[in-house]
Design a protein around this ligand. Structure first.
Ligand SMILES: NC(=O)c1ccc[n+]([C@@H]2O[C@H](COP(=O)([O-])OP(=O)(O)OC[C@H]3O[C@@H](n4cnc5c(N)ncnc54)[C@H](OP(=O)(O)O)[C@@H]3O)[C@@H](O)[C@H]2O)c1
Length: 289
C-alpha cells in the first residue's frame, strides 16, 4: 500500500507519517515548505495534480487545512479556497486514480449547544472554519468509500506545533500567564492515538463519518489542570476565563465534544484516557531535559 499524506508537516500529518513508517507503509508527505516533502498547495490545482502523478497513492490522508480558527473568520475567502475547494480538488484526483480518501474533519461542524455529539447529529457550524471544513467534508464524502474522521483539540509533544499542550508548556516555561476558557467543553485527543485509530479504520475499509476523539469530556481549563498535574507544573499561571471575555474573532462551539461509540464498535477499543496520554508527554519532556 502506498499512502499520500497531504499536510505531513502538521501535527496530525506528522503523527500519521511516523506511524506509517513504523508500520512499514510506503509513504509520501506534502507541505508547501519543501525539505523532504512533495510540494502541494491546496489553493493551486496544478500542484495537487502533480503530487498525485508523483505519488500514485492507494490511500490519501487529507490532513492539510487552514486550521487557525480566527484567521479563517478574518479571511473567509481564503478559508473557503483551502478548506472547501482544496478538498474538492483532492477528491477529484482520488476519483481519477481510484485511491481511498481519508479526511480530517472537526467538532466545529456543530454549534456547541448539545454536545458531546454523535456522527448522526445535525450539523450547524458557527464559524467560517466550521462552515468551510463542513463543505470540505461534503466534497470528500462524495467519493465512493471515503472516510471522514471528526476530531477535536488534538494535542501532542511537538515543538513545531502550537497545539494547546505545547502552548501551555511554553507559557509555563516563559513565566507568562495563560488565559484558558473555562466554558468550552470538548474531548481532547492525543495525536499518536488518533493516527493509530485512523490507520486501523482505513485498514478495515471503514467509510462515511467516524468520530475519533479522546474519551473524557471536559472544559479547556480542566484539561489544562490535568496537564499541569501530569507535568508537575504549579497551575497558578492559568487564568480561567469565559469565552466571551477572550475577544476571539470567531465564535466557538461551547458545549461540544465527540462521542466515540461507533469507533469503539468498529475497532473494539476507545482512545486511552487523557491522564495516560499526558503522562506519555511528561515522559517525552523528561527526555528533552
Ligand atoms: N488540531 C486540532 O485540534 C484539530 C481539531 C479538529 C480537526 N482538525 C483537523 O485535523 C487536520 C490536521 O490538523 P493539525 O492539527 O495537524 O493542523 P496543523 O498542525 O495546523 O497543520 C496544518 C497542515 O496544513 C498544511 N496547510 C496549510 N495550508 C495549506 C495549503 N494552502 N495547502 C496545503 N497545505 C496547507 C500545513 O502545511 P505547510 O504549512 O507545511 O504547507 C500543515 O501541514 C486539519 O484538517 C484540521 O482541520 C484539527
Amino acid at each position: 500500500m502506498k499512502a499520500l499524506i497531504i499536510g505531513a508537516s502538521g501535527q496530525v500529518g506528522g503523527a500519521l507519517s511516523a506511524l506509517c513508517v513504523r508500520r512499514r507503509i510506503e509513504v509520501y508527505g506534502t507541505s508547501r515548505k519543501g525539505q523532504g516533502f512533495l510540494y502541494l498547495d491546496l489553493s493551486d490545482e496544478t500542484s495537487v495534480r502533480d503530487a498525485f502523478v508523483k505519488a500514485r497513492p492507494d490511500v490519501v490522508f487529507l490532513c492539510s487545512a487552514m486550521t487557525h480558527v480566527d484567521s479563517c473568520e478574518r479571511d473567509p475567502e481564503l478559508a473557503r479556497l483551502v478548506n472547501a475547494e482544496g478538498p474538492a480538488l483532492v477528491a477529484g484526483e482520488c476519483r481519477k486514480v481510484g485511491a481511498k480518501l481519508v479526511y480530517f474533519s472537526t467538532e466545529y461542524v456543530f454549534d456547541g449547544s448539545a454536545g458531546p455529539y454523535g456522527e448522526g447529529d445535525p450539523v450547524c457550524p458557527v464559524s467560517a472554519y466550521g462552515r468551510t471544513k463542513l463543505e470540505g467534508e461534503r466534497a470528500v464524502l462524495d467519493v465512493e468509500g471515503a472516510l471522514s474522521v471528526r476530531t477535536t483539540v488534538v494535542y501532542s509533544h511537538n515543538p513545531a506545533s502550537k497545539n494547546f499542550v505545547m502552548q501551555l508548556i511554553s507559557s509555563q516555561r516563559s513565566g507568562a500567564r495563560m488565559r484558558v476558557p473555562s466554558d468550552q467543553f470538548s474531548t481532547p485527543t492525543y495525536a499518536p492515538e488518533l493516527a493509530s485509530a485512523v490507520l486501523d479504520l482505513a485498514g478495515k475499509g471503514a467509510s462515511g463519518i467516524y468520530n475519533v476523539a479522546g474519551p473524557d469530556c471536559m472544559s479547556r481549563y480542566e484539561f489544562a489542570l490535568r496537564a499541569c498535574a501530569a507535568f508537575g507544573f504549579n497551575p497558578a499561571f492559568l487564568e480561567p476565563k469565559l469565552t466571551a471575555e477572550l475577544g476571539q474573532a470567531a465564535a466557538r462551539p461551547l458545549k461540544a465534544g465527540l462521542r466515540t461509540g461507533k469507533l469503539a464498535a468498529e475497532l473494539g477499543r476507545s482512545l486511552p484516557p487523557s491522564e495516560e496520554s499526558l503522562r506519555k508527554i511528561a515522559a517525552i519532556m523528561k527526555q528533552y531535559e
